[in-house]
Design a protein around this ligand. Structure first.
Ligand code: F6R
Length: 612
């Protein structure tokens, strides 16, 4: 998390840095700062959202703001409160060096005591200030910024993307990264640095990705890249994939609402050229597994975090249903700290919208060493995780700005359907079910549109329930993960305490919480578990819980016990999670919006979680 941006060229740096930071707010937004190079390095910082920095810059001396080189940072606090002292940029003891950092320095305490023993003192509680001081210490020895950075990173452990300036090295930014993203935007007489594409896409479509351990020396006219062993590197210049248009709200009040409304097109887009009709074989050229390798797979492990983990749980149902191959799903953060069993016949699927999640990256690196084939499902085909993949399914949902994942989740589900179908067809299994799923997927976009057209009704229900402090979501079978994801959406953007349960588990404990203050939302799809969920709803009704139903079939029995219900189009059980979650996303959105919450940037969260 945290976003960094850098500029050196002929334009006024401040505008480019501030605009860049505004496009990186999804990475963190609890404080921000910039450093501008004039005769001195001038630093400006503010706690809270970026708008506070904008306000404080209005009071700054114009002369100090007039600079052609600078670096900026937007923070998601890891070490120390989100105060001005802890905001980046941090400086060396003399103030000659300024540093912005994304990542975590794991051995910062040891380095700090090493420096304290040499007489250094610190103003902040951050690990980053320690790195800035260490670079300053090395600069005093080497008198060259690139060499100082090189010497410093040899002493650091952890993850970082750094941009560093020294007041005596005019127009120069030294940058390096390890397990945290950083790209260099290539311009004419100017160059850019950023954690992510949206920060620079307005200015250039050409970029260089730095590899782990490489150091770049960037000036307006030259980008020199050095490998960890000091040799000159020739990284290729790539064309960036995003259009600035994707960053506009297009008339919606929030990005989240816009992104939910994009879901029908996201589904169309991902199915296009892959499923022609229910009778033709699927086309999935991105899977680099030979038929023999596929046939040898005897186990699948899915690893992911948060919303992506919920997509993985749906994936387990689909894959096991269509292929019969045992599939386990585990949070990446759990997977990495136990002896996991994986070998060359294990297929490991990593799912991540950002492709940057530190826990998932660590887990994937671990399984690669065991010889397992790694399939990555991500929305960022240029990300670190994508680069670690043996097979890459790019979900192609377009940039998702809102911190709460919506369209990327649907797109992940689609990739899992496609992959499960591909496996089943290669293994000659479950032909009837495959045909049914293909048919249902092809009709999904219009059904999603029908759900979106119920927006006003969902908004009314949201208003009615917005004053409740707690919420329970229940479902069974393939929609159990939908209940988990619906509850996650509600809690992350409205801060209401919402929990998802397998409906059958209600009576094993959670039922004790039920009374008229606890709404229970039940996902009821006409299929295998419909009657069972209905029985669980009856149990909740008997405890006076208020019931909300999300169902594709409503009868008098429902009407007698449900306070409210949302009727969705008819859909088969196996594809229903994609439709049901859209209702729950809208419900969460409207509750949060009604409560006046910061929907696109909920407190304490960030779009990409680059720390373990
Ligand atoms: C919730 C959300 C998070 C992410 C999680 C993993 O809306 O977005 O729970 O799903 O942080 O992130 P990725 O998918 O980027 O690995």
């Amino acid at each position: 998390m945290c976003g960094i941006v850098g500029y050196t060229g002929f334009q006024n740096a401040i505008h480019i840095l501030m605009d860049g930071l505004s496009h990186l707010e999804y990475r963190g937004y609890d404080s921000s700062g910039i450093a501008l190079e004039k005769d001195e390095i001038n630093i400006f910082k503010a706690s809270g959202k970026l708008v506070n920095l904008v306000e404080s810059l209005k009071k700054a001396d114009d002369d100090k703001l007039d600079a052609k080189t600078g670096i900026g940072h937007i923070r998601w606090a890891t070490h120390g409160l989100p105060t001005v002292e802890n905001a980046h940029p941090h400086t060396s003891s003399t103030g000659d060096i300024a540093l912005v950092h994304n990542g975590i320095i794991e051995n910062y305490k040891e380095v700090k005591s090493f420096l304290e023993n040499k007489g250094y003192s610190f103003k902040s509680q951050t690990d980053t200030e320690v790195a800035a001081m260490l670079i300053g210490y090395e600069y005093d020895i080497h008198k060259d910024l690139k060499t100082a950075v090189e010497a410093a990173i040899k002493q650091l452990k952890g993850a970082w993307a750094f941009c560093v300036m020294h007041k005596n090295e005019k127009g120069t930014i030294v940058a390096t990264r390890k397990n945290a993203p950083l790209l260099i935007g290539v311009g004419e007489g100017e160059n850019f640095l950023a954690s992510d594409i949206p920060a620079i896409i307005k200015h250039t479509k050409r970029a260089i990705y730095l590899n782990d351990g490489q150091i770049a020396k960037v000036t307006p006219d030259l980008i020199e890249i050095f490998n960890p062993d000091g040799t000159i590197a020739q990284n290729k210049v790539e064309v960036l994939p995003f259009e600035p248009m994707a960053l506009s709200k297009m008339g919606y009040k929030h990005f989240m609402l816009k992104e939910i409304h994009e879901q029908p097109d996201v589904v169309r887009n991902i199915l296009q050229n892959k499923i022609k009709d229910e009778f033709s074989k699927i086309l999935l050229s991105d899977v680099n597994l030979s038929e023999k390798q596929l046939k040898d797979i005897n186990r699948i492990q899915i690893i992911a975090c948060g919303t992506s983990l919920h997509a993985g749980l749906v994936g387990k149902y689909i894959i096991e249903e269509l292929t019969g191959i045992p599939t386990d799903v585990e949070p990446s953060s759990e997977y990495i700290y136990r002896s996991t069993i994986a070998d060359k016949n294990t297929l490991v699927i990593g799912i991540s919208q950002s492709g940057e999640t530190a826990d998932t990256i660590t887990a994937i690196k671990q399984v690669k060493e065991k010889g397992s084939h790694v399939l990555i499902i991500t929305n960022r085909k240029e990300s670190l995780l994508a680069r670690l993949s043996d097979s890459l399914l790019h979900v192609n949902a377009g940039i998702e700005v809102s911190v709460a994942a919506t369209k990327s989740y649907i797109a992940q589900l689609m990739s899992l359907y496609l992959f499960a179908i591909y496996m089943a067809e290669t293994l000659n299994k479950s032909a009837d079910k495959v045909q049914e799923i293909k048919h249902e997927l092809l009709t999904l976009p219009s059904k999603l549109e029908a759900v979106l057209s119920e927006g006003m009704k969902i908004r009314e229900i949201a208003k009615k329930y917005s004053s409740f402090k707690n919420f329970i979501f229940i479902a069974r079978g393939i929609n159990y993960p939908t209940a988990l994801e619906g509850a996650l959406k509600l809690k992350e953007i409205s801060y209401i305490n919402a929990t998802g349960y397998a409906a059958g588990e209600l009576k094993h404990g959670p039922i004790a919480m039920l009374d008229e203050t606890m709404p229970v939302l039940a996902i009821m799809n006409k299929g295998l578990v419909y009657d069972k969920v209905m029985s669980n709803c009856e149990e909740a009704f008997a405890r006076q819980a208020r019931l909300i139903g999300v169902a594709n079939h409503i009868d008098d029995k429902h009407k007698a016990i449900f306070n409210d219900y949302i009727l969705i189009p008819d859909i088969s059980d196996l594809v229903s999670p994609a439709l049901n979650i859209t209702v729950l996303q809208l419900l969460a959105y409207h509750i949060a919006e009604y409560l006046g919450k910061d929907v696109d940037q909920p407190r304490n969260l960030a779009k990409s979680v680059t720390v373990e």
